[in-house]
Design a binder for this molecule. Structure first.
Ligand SMILES: [Ca+2]
Ligand SMILES: [Ca+2]
Length: 311
């Protein structure tokens, strides 16, 4: 038999099947991560969506709500269930679903309890790894510094900030509005003139704490004992974050419990990791592994067949 490689229809068709399966898998996993769909009457397009576990409104694991009746039912109020980023015409919408939204003191935005920070890494490798003001009591992963800050609070406390090119000036950008849509969703509306429109490359840190007009950066603090107006289950040493729910994967090394962990002996506090276009999140390593196995398998089959044919 000739040493030249001859066209074998059987091997070719097998390779074609394997390639199609690999491409379908790739497409499926990309779709899972980015969830780009079109919904609604205004041509809204979901740029990013991520769900958060139910019932993890307890910080690193043990935080308890304040005991004052204004916080009834002492659960769900700060339980983030989902986060979505949409474009709708010339606006970007940042939506957060909660277990329950109440407004016991009638704040004009329609919610009272939530103090939310959305830190965005929109420009890779550029930005800051600390908060602008003490309050949340966290730091950010050095590989994903943030450069946009959406500060959400009731009573007119919501603001948008953009870190200028020099990396020094954090400039307030006017024009955002915040309100409740449906029963359980807070929507932040950011016009195109205010901030750049979101892309699929962006990464998000979404922090949920309790609102307190007297707290640091209006965060309600967490203490060891807790009380009528403070959360309990933390530490008085101020190493614990004031985050009650964090947008994070359910398990793994970047779970909420892992990220919000603090160590009084080592004097280390919470270091946060974003969601979004992040290489180390679930799908990607699995995808690369699967593709490598498939390509390796095809090569092995081809080599064996080819050498058998030569023998
Ligand atoms: Ca949650
Ligand atoms: Ca969470």
């Amino acid at each position: 038999m000739s040493k030249r490689t001859t066209f074998n229809p059987r091997i070719a068709s097998e390779m074609a099947v394997v390639l199609v399966v690999a491409l379908l898998l790739f497409g499926y996993l990309r779709g899972q991560q980015e969830a780009v769909v079109t919904t609604g009457d205004l041509g809204e397009k979901v740029i990013f969506a991520f769900t958060d576990p139910v019932g993890d409104d307890h910080g690193p694991g043990n935080y308890r709500y304040p005991t004052h009746p204004g916080f009834e039912p002492h659960k769900s109020l700060l339980d983030l269930l989902a986060f979505r980023v949409l474009t709708a015409g010339d606006e970007a919408w940042y939506e957060l679903d909660f277990g329950l939204i109440t407004n016991p003191w009638n704040a004009p935005e329609g919610f009272f309890h939530q103090r939310i920070d959305i830190y965005i890494d929109s420009r890779a490798g550029f930005g800051r790894t600390i908060t602008p003001q003490p309050g949340a009591n966290v730091t950010f992963a050095p590989e994903y510094p943030w450069d946009i800050w959406l500060r959400i609070a009731p009573w007119g406390g919501s603001r948008a900030y953009y870190l200028e090119k020099d990396g020094e000036q954090l400039v307030e950008r006017r024009g955002i509005t915040v309100g409740v849509v449906g029963d359980r969703t807070i929507r932040v509306v950011v016009p195109r003139e205010t901030l750049p429109m979101p892309t699929e490359q962006w990464r998000y840190y979404v922090l949920v704490g309790g609102y307190d007009s007297f707290g640091p950066d209006e965060y309600r603090v967490v203490t060891t004992q807790g009380g009528e107006w403070t959360f309990g289950g933390g530490t008085d040493a101020n190493l614990d974050s004031n985050i009650i729910d964090l947008l994070a994967p359910k398990g793994g090394r970047h779970s909420q419990a892992e990220q919000l962990a603090y160590d009084p002996e080592a004097q280390t506090g919470a270091v946060l990791y974003p969601v979004g276009n992040v290489a180390n999140q679930e799908a990607t390593p699995w995808l690369i592994g699967t593709l490598a196995l498939l390509v390796g398998g095809v090569a092995a089959v081809y080599w064996r067949r080819h050498h058998k044919a030569e023998a």
